[in-house]
Write a protein that binds this ligand. Structure first.
Ligand code: 77P
Ligand code: MG
Length: 214
């Protein structure tokens, strides 16, 4: 039996990263995925753009859709102010099991809540489940054809307030054309594109930052 890519990434983190040191976990994953085997983490280049937005917004309540191995959850959590919480949602139980261990190794488990299941089921329950009013910042990095329906669902469920910010990965590659058209065309959003590259490659990709205007 072979191991899975997420299992190999976790093994590399346990072998090379310093327990409790979020930066070393991030750097270890970037090194491995750049030089050993590619994986769909937001990566170092787009990660720097995400870092700057997290530091600018200083979110008290943040949501990530699409945890994968926990790379961006660790990256984000290491920048969150005290008493802030990142809720990260993963559909795939195999990914979620690995992400929990990566998050624990990085020592950020007290800032991260990982929930498993389909985003469409969870979004309508979040206010009640987590005593939330709204999210200050949402990072969309899950299935690209779910970006738009999940954004509309968050609007309908009152999870976005005036000034809430959506940050979407992969708007060029693999692409989320319907989402882009929506946030760029809607008077309810102020959108900005940050040109970059697909993680660990020279292929064009980018991040779209969209402010909800209410
Ligand atoms: O969310 C789930 N997958 C990850 C979504 N993310 C992506 O698909 C993704 C893909 C790419 C990508 C880019 C170029 C290429 F050639 C191949 C893949 C890059 C990225 O940066 C992503 O974020 C998922 C999985 C599953 O089995 N069940 C429920 N949900
Ligand atoms: Mg991505």
């Amino acid at each position: 039996y072979g191991s899975t890519r997420p299992e190999r990434i976790l093994a590399e983190v346990k072998r090379k990263a310093t327990r409790g040191d979020a930066r070393s976990v991030v750097d270890t994953i970037d090194q491995y995925c750049r030089h050993q085997e590619w994986a769909m983490n937001v990566g170092d280049e787009k990660g720097t753009i995400l870092d700057s937005i997290v530091c600018e917004v200083k979110p008290r309540a943040m949501l990530e859709l699409g945890t994968y191995c926990g790379y961006s959850a660790v990256r984000i959590a290491s920048l969150l102010p005290p008493n802030s919480r990142l809720i990260t949602m993963e559909f795939n139980p195999v990914f979620a099991a690995i992400a929990r261990q990566v998050i624990a190794w990085a020592g950020v488990e007290d800032k991260v809540v990982l929930i498993e299941g389909p985003s469409g089921d969870w979004i309508p329950k979040m206010k009640k489940e987590f005593g939330l009013t709204s999210f200050d910042l949402v990072f969309l990095d899950h299935w690209k054809d779910c970006y738009l329906p999940d954004t509309k669902l968050m609007e309908e469920c009152g999870l976005l307030r005036t000034g809430s910010i959506l940050v979407a990965d992969n708007v060029i590659c693999p692409g989320a054309p319907d989402y882009l058209e929506y946030v760029r065309g809607s008077p309810r959003y102020e959108s900005k594109y940050f040109r970059s590259h697909l993680e660990y490659t020279t292929v064009e990709d980018g991040i779209e930052k969209s402010v909800f205007l209410g």
